[in-house]
Design a protein around this ligand. Structure first.
Ligand code: PLP
Length: 403
């Protein structure tokens, strides 16, 4: 046999999945692991959703590339109930929102503004789609949406250097900081996006896990509907990430139609159509039957309580922590503890610390550097399943009492 002389193109494993696999390895070695890395809700899948999936298990055929009419209509209804009237013909479904985001970057075909910190895959997908990320810092206390002046500055400079910048991604509420930008911040971003002719991709996968139910998510689709794409999925609020089902809401009009054609072209060459049984279950979920609404509400309350408690403990220990406002993340900045960490363990960066936690204690967290941050921060995903107690009520009581 003649060995192959070249190396395949290096594509690193996404840090979220890498920490998952590292923990699985530790578990096989007999270590009691604590999974605080992978972004997953700690609630069970609702039996009504499983029932719907099972009812459609016999559907083995390929479906329309954009998704079934029933699913697109249900997703349109879901958005309409959130103040975003939606024509089902502008909805596209895919096997998770991650591949939809990739197909959008492919179709848009220009460089993309990515907040720092932000979800690991935006910047990692860009080169795979043949474009480059333009990083813009956001304050951790109100992350996910670049401030208008920094956005304008970064885009003008990148364009002056000959780059074609077409898109800005925002996350509402945010991963990794767990915060939710204000309506004013979003409105200003939309004004700049219009001035600079940018498309906004608004990743609203954590929308239904905003801790304060009275707080509305200020979607850019309200302020700049002609240029905003919204994405969401079943993965987070219904803990069905492994089922791989996401949806995107594209703008109305000729630009939206052209973008849709581009997304469907990529979709048709990569996934053809999302799995039919999942689409059936998703149509049921997006119709928001009361049992699922209640399930999500319990999850929201539990995640609110557990993230608040964990953030408070980090603050007591001297870390800087943004107040968690949504999702299931706590994002402590350990820079104030730097000297202490360095003295005891030689820890210099967030990657050193997450490596130490994994190797010594089997605790899986993600370093801030995975989200494009300079050293200092860690992202912890905290879920009610990590708490003691059999029932949600017992867990909430345990949280309320110190130790
Ligand atoms: N967007 C954000 C902000 C996420 O945190 C994730 C998952 O971690 C995704 C998108 C992708 O989720 P999925 O592909 O399961 O829809």
């Amino acid at each position: 046999a003649r060995p192959v002389s070249f190396a395949p193109r290096p594509v690193p494993l996404s840090p979220t999945l890498a920490v998952n696999e590292a923990l699985a390895r530790k578990r096989r070695e007999g270590v009691r692991v604590l999974p605080l890395g992978f972004g997953e809700a700690g609630i069970p899948i609702h039996p009504a959703l499983t029932r719907e999936l099972a009812a459609a298990a016999g559907r083995g055929g390929y479906g329309p590339v954009a998704g079934s009419a029933a699913l697109r209509a249900a997703a349109a209804g879901y958005w309409a109930r959130r103040g975003l009237p939606t024509d089902p013909s502008t909805v596209v479904c895919g096997p998770g929102s991650k591949p939809l985001l990739f197909a959008l970057l492919m179709a848009l075909g220009g460089d993309v503004v990515v907040p720092t910190p932000s979800w690991v895959s935006y910047a990692a997908q860009a080169p795979l789609a043949g474009v480059r990320p333009v990083r813009v810092a956001t304050p951790p206390g109100e992350g996910g949406v670049p401030r208008e002046a920094l956005l304008a500055d970064a885009v003008v400079r990148a364009r002056a250097a000959g780059r074609t910048v077409r898109t800005v991604i925002v996350t509402l509420p945010d991963n990794p900081t767990g915060t939710l930008a204000s309506a004013e911040t979003v409105r200003r971003l939309c004004a700049v996006a219009r001035d600079l002719d940018l498309v906004i991709i608004s990743d609203e996968i954590y929308r239904d896990l905003v801790h304060d139910p009275a707080r509305a998510v200020p979607s850019p689709a309200r302020y700049a509907p002609e240029r905003t794409v919204v994405t969401t999925a079943l993965s987070k609020s219904l803990a069905a990430g492994g089922w791989r089902l996401g949806v995107a809401r594209l703008p109305d009009g000729p630009f939206g139609a052209a973008l849709r054609a581009g997304v469907l072209g990529t979709a048709s060459e990569i996934w053809s159509s999302a799995p039919a049984p999942m689409q059936h279950a998703a149509a049921y979920a997006f119709a928001e039957p009361p049992e699922l609404v209640e399930h999500i509400d319990r999850s929201r309350r539990l995640h609110a309580a557990v993230t608040r408690a964990v953030a408070a403990r980090f603050a007591e220990a001297g870390a800087r922590v943004p107040r968690p406002q949504g999702a299931f993340y706590v994002y402590p900045d350990l820079a104030p503890l730097r000297d202490e960490l360095r003295r005891g363990n030689g820890v210099r960066t967030s990657a050193d610390l997450s490596g130490l936690l994994l190797e010594r204690y089997g605790v899986g967290v993600l370093p801030g550097s995975s989200f494009g941050e300079p050293p200092g921060a860690l992202r912890l995903r905290v879920a009610p399943s990590l708490l003691y107690g059999e029932t949600d009520e017992q867990r909430l009581t345990a949280l309320a009492s110190p130790d």
